[in-house]
Design a protein around this ligand. Structure first.
Ligand code: FES
Length: 105
């Protein structure tokens, strides 16, 4: 079983994957509060696999500590993320994933 490197996958990823930085700089800028908001907003839990069409993953430093809190959504980097900004980014990612699903179907 592949467990030592979380970028290896044994199943396809969710349509929307959120990777939230939970390292020190982002923690000092409120990433744990943001984590609680994200879990409440999506109905998913961090690091517990797929739920619905969303996967939430903890990561530890995305290399933009000065712009904390940071995250990636479907591979796109975002800085100074607030709960309201997350809601907008997440809605856009869901819409984009829906558009892509229609194209590939
Ligand atoms: S600690 Fe979050 S980007 Fe470096």
């Amino acid at each position: 079983m592949i467990t030592y490197y979380h970028h290896f996958r044994s199943a396809p990823p969710a349509r929307v994957t959120v990777q939230l930085c939970r390292a020190e700089a982002c923690r000092s800028m409120g990433t744990e509060t943001l984590k609680e908001h994200i879990e409440g907003h999506t109905g998913c839990r961090f690091d517990s696999g797929h739920a619905e069409d969303t996967e939430l993953e903890s990561v530890f430093c995305l290399g933009q500590c000065a712009l904390s809190p940071s995250m990636m959504i479907n591979g796109e980097l975002h800085a100074k993320v607030t709960p309201a900004k997350f809601d907008r980014l997440y809605a856009a990612a869901q819409a984009k994933a829906g558009d892509n699903a229609e194209v590939t179907a």
